[in-house]
Design a protein. Structure first.
Length: 68
């Protein structure tokens, strides 16, 4: 069992379009689920880039920067 499975790390599927814009497609997935979803999108033949990355369990739900 690897570290991700032991700690319950979830993963997200991301997409980058032709203009460099990045989008969150799905989150809260097991790694295998996320990789399968990314592969499904890639198989559709679109020119976007898809990838899987672990989610940081310490990250806040609100992505806006704090402080001021």
């Amino acid at each position: 069992m690897d570290g991700e499975q032991r700690t319950g790390t979830t993963h997200r599927v991301m997409r980058q379009d032709d203009n460099g814009n990045r989008f969150l497609l799905a989150r809260g997935l097991a790694r295998a689920e996320a990789e399968a979803l990314a592969a499904e999108f890639e198989a559709r033949g679109h020119k976007q880039l898809y990838w899987v990355e672990p989610e940081d369990p310490r990250a806040a739900e609100d992505p806006r920067p704090s402080g001021g």
